[in-house]
Design a protein. Structure first.
Length: 395
């Protein structure tokens, strides 16, 4: 049995739907698009895999090219030549060590040693500032110089306290941590990690979600596993908390995972410890139940915003100032609603991460920190995405 479990684990982690996404966020988006397109056009599995492989090859070539731009110093030259200005906000999630990382979707995780390399690079080559510095510049109608970086974390992983904060303190770096307050109150793992954990520690391969609008999958088959994970991810992302928990319970009931993950999320006691020990870390909110705000009515959105502000205030004694959009999904109505409830800024991951003087404080661009330190150098230089776009038409 133990051997079988290890095999499940290894195969899911090697070929699972989210493997390699830690390498590059954009790569994931392309994969996801391919997956969605395939559902509608219904090509054969063989055609799908060929398309997938071709996209992967193009992405790999572009990533190599972008790393080369940084290695030869083209990014710094471009910034000087064009007098580009603007800070870059980096987005992280989990930096858990191996034991906890085995239960976290790789798309949300960077190993602590990679994170430490990032900080070391930023210490040598960039200027790390609090988010409030970026906002003060915007208030003056200005922006900060290229090479200025602000660090943010989403969700409220326990390793933000145990691993990231001590490393940040070693470099005297400030950061902003956005909390999904309902998950903090319940000390509950993020739904994506519950799903990931059920897949990697499953003892059953058959998953029948036909009654829930899905399909029947054999998770022992790589393609089925990817398709099931993608379908579930989309359903869980756009659903409300009750539907999400019911679907996860159904998946866990059928897959019968053999193990329980360690606690992955901070509690409010942990958050208070984080605040007391690391005063350079500012806390913000990320909704209460980690909902896709664009998938729900204004009443639900208003309740999510009021709920996370209330949770934050009751447990920490002061109101939050900053917000980040779950799944980087937003629209104009949401910006207005955030201003109405007294929040001062909102961050959202997007294709162009440079915070220019004209940036909207309720739509602050940021970018998922790439695993590669060379890519980190490029995306924090101020030359990304303009330089690769000018040279090869895309970034
Ligand atoms: Zn999130």
């Amino acid at each position: 049995m133990a051997r079988r479990r290890r095999e499940y684990d290894a195969s899911a982690r090697k070929t699972g739907p989210s493997h390699k996404r830690r390498l590059c966020d954009q790569k994931t988006q392309e994969r996801s698009l391919i997956s969605q397109r395939s559902q509608f056009s219904s090509p054969s599995n063989h055609e799908r895999l060929n398309t997938h492989a071709a996209v992967s090859r193009r992405r790999s070539a572009l990533i190599c090219f972008e790393k080369m731009l940084h290695i030869v110093g083209a990014d710094d030259l471009y910034v000087r030549a064009t007098q580009t200005r603007g800070a870059v906000i980096l987005m992280y999630h989990s930096v858990a060590g191996k034991d906890a990382a085995a239960w976290i979707d790789p798309a949300n995780h960077l190993p602590p040693e990679v994170f430490e390399r990032h900080l070391s690079y930023l210490n040598r080559h960039r200027k790390v500032v609090p988010l409030s510095n970026v906002l003060q510049a915007l208030q003056r109608g200005d922006c900060l110089s290229a090479g200025t970086v602000s660090i943010t974390f989403d969700d409220g992983y326990l390793d933000t306290l145990s691993t990231a904060a001590p490393l940040l303190a070693r470099f005297s770096f400030p950061a902003t941590v956005y909390l999904a307050t309902g998950y903090i109150s319940r000390g509950q793992s993020q739904w994506i990690d519950q799903l990931y954990g059920a897949f990697v520690s499953r003892t059953q391969d058959d998953l029948d979600l036909g009654g829930a609008g899905g399909a029947v999958w054999n998770l022992g088959v790589t393609f089925d596993r990817s398709a099931a994970y993608a379908w579930l991810k989309q359903r869980l992302l756009t659903g409300n908390l009750a539907d999400r928990n019911a679907l996860l319970a159904e998946v866990e009931g059928q897959l019968r995972p053999y193990g329980m993950p360690p606690r992955l999320t901070m509690t409010w006691d942990d958050v208070r410890t984080l605040r007391a020990r690391y005063p350079a870390i500012e806390l913000g909110v990320h909704t209460r139940d980690h909902l896709d705000l664009t998938a729900h009515s204004n009443d639900v959105v208003a309740a999510e915003l009021a709920g996370c502000i209330e949770d934050f205030r009751v447990n920490l004694g002061f109101p939050p100032r900053h917000f980040s959009f779950p799944y980087s999904r937003a629209n104009r109505d949401l910006s207005r609603m955030l201003a109405d409830v007294g929040l001062e800024s909102a961050a959202i991951a997007c294709e162009d991460p440079v915070v220019k003087a004209a940036a909207d404080r309720y739509c602050l661009p940021r970018i998922a920190a790439p695993c590669s330190t060379r890519l980190l150098g490029l995306v924090t230089s101020g030359a990304y995405p303009d330089l690769p776009r000018r040279l090869v038409g895309r970034a």
